[in-house]
Design a protein around this ligand. Structure first.
Ligand code: ATP
Length: 589
């Protein structure tokens, strides 16, 4: 595939961390009758089933026990490496319980082409892509290799790998490790040498779970700079390949001494990584605790930053590891919700430019020496005694030529065949390159489509289920409201009837009263003399309580003096108000 840098869109894209699972094969010692199968796999849905308790998970892809190193490389690394070659940042990290195959997946056996892990295979891929690229594009590929052991950063490619290095941060550069050695690579042999040296320096130790357990987190970084001479555009891609140390339950592995101390530090930094993941996923925290460990500081861009990131979580099929596998899957399940914002990097100091200017300087010196050489040769022909001077010039010239050759080798030119020396690997690379084109157009595309369709399906299903639930709830609420409406209407009608009845009975009473009033008025006006009326009026009193007219003082005459003592004993009657409560004398108004 030809890399066309002009096609690169400059905008920022949102990418979820892609999560993959790999199940390692059962070991011979684990193949017993008691070791019942507890992992069930159907496509990318993984079910853990033990004592009738079932847990189901879905990931981008789950690689079964029979999966090969190349299967993983094609699916996980190819899309990321392609983007890194175009100037994006990428990260692939392996996570899981100790002994589940993280180092096997990331590094593998570098001497055996079938068993090479993601890191060595990446170089076969990169060099193959450069060989297929346009002549106008130059590349510089640089690598670094470090480990974080007991929270100390060490350079695995240094001659003193126990020296502690510091993490620093600079605006425009970001987080980096001070004094970490970077090596430019131009062949698979150099890469093999570098990997062998680094792996030898890595801290390992025997544990109950793994004879050669990595006791540190290792980060292998590949930086790829590419410069298009025609457009004068330069891009910088960086790929972090992380082999995390394995989590382990110290009470189960019965670690002691150094192994126990290491396990404590490993578990602690993995739990800080877990906290960063939780903070990124829950979306509520404005503060992400990257600074709490060296690992999270160095992986800051890979989680929630500018990086296309893939996680490979490893699990063991041994039933005794059920709980660790469940924990790993739950951890991985959270990671898939992390979103990164990725863009092409193009604003940096160019290594290719500085190498080219160095070559220019050396070429000028070489030209000066050639002129001096010509002069000396002329002198020699005349005097026949200048051979020592000439020898020196020739020596200096050959040294300069050698320097230029070495620097020039650091710059890889598109179309250059970088892998002709490693015949076997070249064949594999050509296969990979051929397959890549097919994969790009079919397999990967299908995988991608399937993955996103699966995602869309779950979102639609979830939305549909929620909508259905909402619909049901709404139906229920509507029918309840309708019932209430019917009841309310009934009450309203009944009340209206009662009201109408009351109004008509009031009207009838009113009419009867008006009639009686008219009769009284008629009698009074026509048959009672006026002075009598005034006299009677002055002797009357209006009683508010009984709403009646009373004759003033009537309570004090004759039989109207009513006693209430029938029900009470004599000595209880102390207050006359109880007895004479009815006709209280009031002043007429
Ligand atoms: N998929 C696999 N196929 C074949 N062998 C495997 C596979 N996975 C793991 N192994 C073997 O299992 C052993 C342990 O694997 P490895 O060292 O990679 O585990 P790890 O997860 O890196 O462990 P630790 O965290 O302790 O470093 C190794 O011998 C490795 O070759």
């Amino acid at each position: 595939m030809i890399i066309d840098l002009d096609e690169i869109p400059p905008k920022e894209e949102v990418e979820n961390v892609r999560v993959f699972i790999r199940i390692r094969p059962l070991r011979e010692s684990e193949k017993t009758l008691n070791n019942k199968r507890y992992i069930h796999l159907e496509r990318n849905v993984l079910q853990l089933l033990k004592s009738n308790i079932s847990r189901t998970f879905q990931f981008c892809k789950v690689f079964g026990e029979e999966s090969t190193q190349v299967d993983l490389y094609r699916c996980i690394a190819v899309p990321i490496v392609e983007k890194v070659l175009k100037g994006y940042n990428g990260t692939i990290f392996a996570y899981g319980q100790s002994g589940t195959g993280k180092t096997h997946t990331m590094i593998g056996d570098i001497k055996n082409s079938d068993q090479k892990g993601i890191v060595p295979n990446i170089f076969s891929h990169i060099f193959a892509q450069i060989s297929l690229a346009n002549h106008d594009i130059s590349y510089a590929v640089t690598v670094t290799y470090l480990e974080i052991y007991n929270e100390d950063i060490r350079d695995l490619l240094s001659d003193d790998p126990t020296k502690k290095l510091k993490v620093q941060e600079k605006p425009g550069v970001g987080v980096y490790v001070k004094d970490l050695l970077g090596f430019t690579v131009n062949s698979l042999e150099t890469v093999d040498e570098i990997l062998t040296k680094g792996n030898k320096n890595r801290s390992t130790g025997a544990t109950k779970l793994n004879d050669s357990s990595s006791r540190s987190h290792a980060i292998f970084t590949v930086s790829i700079e590419s410069k298009n001479k025609v457009t004068n555009k330069t891009t910088f891609g960086k790929l972090n390949l992380v082999d995390l140390a394995g989590s382990e339950r110290v009470n189960k592995t019965q670690a002691t001494g150094d192994r126990l101390r290491e396990a404590g530090k490993i578990n602690m930094s993995l739990s800080i990584l877990g906290n960063v993941i939780s903070a990124l996923v829950d979306g509520k925290s404005s503060h992400i605790p990257y600074r709490n460990s060296k690992l999270t500081r160095l992986l800051q861009d890979s989680l929630g930053g500018n990086s296309l990131t893939a996680m490979v979580a490893m699990i063991s099929p041994n039933i005794l590891d059920y709980e660790e596998s469940l924990y790993t899957l739950m951890y991985a399940d959270r990671v898939k919700h992390i979103q990164n914002r990725v863009h092409i990097n193009s604003e940096k100091q160019s290594l290719i430019d500085s190498l080219e200017s160095k070559i220019g300087e050396l070429r000028l010196q070489l030209a000066d020496l050639t002129v001096a050489e010509q002069k000396e040769k002329k002198k020699e022909r005349k005097k026949m005694n200048n051979s020592l001077e000439l020898e020196n010039i020739e020596l200096e010239k050959s040294m300069l030529e050698n320097k230029i050759y070495i620097i020039q080798k650091k710059i890889l030119v598109g179309g250059e065949n970088l892998i002709e020396k490693a015949q076997q690997q070249m064949e594999m690379l050509e296969d990979t390159a051929r397959e890549l084109e097919h994969l790009d157009s079919s397999h990967l595309l299908l995988e991608e489509i399937l993955y996103y369709k699966g995602k869309e399906k779950t979102i639609v299903e979830r939305k549909y289920a929620t909508l259905q639930e909402e619909d049901k709830e709404l139906d229920q609420r509507i029918s309840e409201s309708e019932k209430l409406m019917v009841k309310a209407t009934e009450i309203l009608v009944r009340k209206e009837c009662e009201y109408q009845n009351e109004i008509s009975s009031l009207l009838a009473t009113n009419k009867a009263l008006a009639k009686e009033m008219a009769l009284v008025n008629f009698v009074v006006n026509n048959y009672v003399p006026k002075e009598f009326i005034n006299k009677v009026k002055s002797g009357l009193l209006w009683d508010e309580d009984s709403q009646e007219w009373r004759v003033k003082g009537i309570a004090y005459c004759g039989n109207n003096m009513k006693r209430n003592e029938i029900k009470r004993k004599k000595d209880e009657i102390k207050n006359c108000d109880i007895v004479y409560f009815k006709y209280e004398h009031k002043k007429s108004t």
